[in-house]
Design a protein around this ligand. Sequence first.
Ligand SMILES: NC(=O)c1ccc[n+]([C@@H]2O[C@H](COP(=O)([O-])OP(=O)(O)OC[C@H]3O[C@@H](n4cnc5c(N)ncnc54)[C@H](OP(=O)(O)O)[C@@H]3O)[C@@H](O)[C@H]2O)c1
Length: 299
Amino acid sequence: MAGRAAVFGAAGQLGVELVRDLKARGYEVVAWHRGQVDITDRAAVESALASFDADVVFNAAAYNQVDVAEKEPQAAFLVNALAVRNLALACRQIDSQLVHFSTDYVFDGTAQHPYVEEHPTHPLGAYAVSKVGGELYAQAYLDRALIVRTSGVFGPGGVATARGNFVELMLRLAQSSNPIRVVEDHVASPTFAPALAARTIDLFEKQQSGVFHIGGGTPISWFEFARLIFDAAGLRPSLHSTNEREYRTPARRPRYSALSNAKMERAGLQPMPSLKEALAQYFARRGGNPHPIPRPPIP
Ligand SMILES: NC(=O)c1ccc[n+]([C@@H]2O[C@H](COP(=O)([O-])OP(=O)(O)OC[C@H]3O[C@@H](n4cnc5c(N)ncnc54)[C@H](OP(=O)(O)O)[C@@H]3O)[C@@H](O)[C@H]2O)c1
């Protein structure tokens, strides 16, 4: 079902995968990174979309600096909420479906099992509030927006972005001999960007709209995820668990934010790959040397 697809935020981890996958499926794709179209500029968004009669518009652009957002909530709100209004209004004008991405951080983390789409949102900080705002704007102006909430995104595109991802952070920390401390009392569902892009396009092709969760499928603490990363990379750094009381951050985060993929699977989509499989693919695609400083195995 190829058609015409537009992608904003095309240089991010998810943006590059959406463009790659859409092209592989035969779509005619026009994609803009931030230097080409800043989505906070309503006129720029409108003129970009007016130049291309898109069937579907993917918004992979986001302000993702969760801690910095506590110092500059306006900046987060401009990109994650008001700019989504720009996109929604422009999609309405050209009768195009908007596919927008949101986050597991819309929840407060008090659940004990993976969050389903119907669970009430309760954001805990400026970034999370701005992402809820984006969902509301998409739903306010469009009847058929598709909103995909995801969690802890990691994709090979993160090697090239300024912000990177958790896998790259762990690899960087492993380059020094200092102990690495990672929280074990926060659980999420880390999500492989290429699989997220593929499932999202599948949802669009199945003419779905509304809110869907696409998480990695495995609820796991960040500490255990770090362990899986180092296993997959063949590294043995000095890894220690910590907790949110010892490791304070400017932003509050949900302690538990794993997402249930049940609705996505009921819609006929393939389950997400296991984290082990996703990490193997990550390292195969990432290239380069994941073993910056070989260290002897821990006895
Ligand atoms: N990364 C995660 O762990 C995570 C977790 C949950 C949900 N999500 C959601 O998943 C989606 C994809 O995230 P990702 O991991 O691909 O993020 P990413 O790698 O940080 O990419 C975001 C992209 O958006 C661009 N951008 C920022 N402001 C923009 C603007 N005003 N106009 C146009 N582009 C702009 C960034 O450009 P610059 O680099 O130039 O700023 C970057 O290329 C987002 O909606 C995010 O909120 C991500």
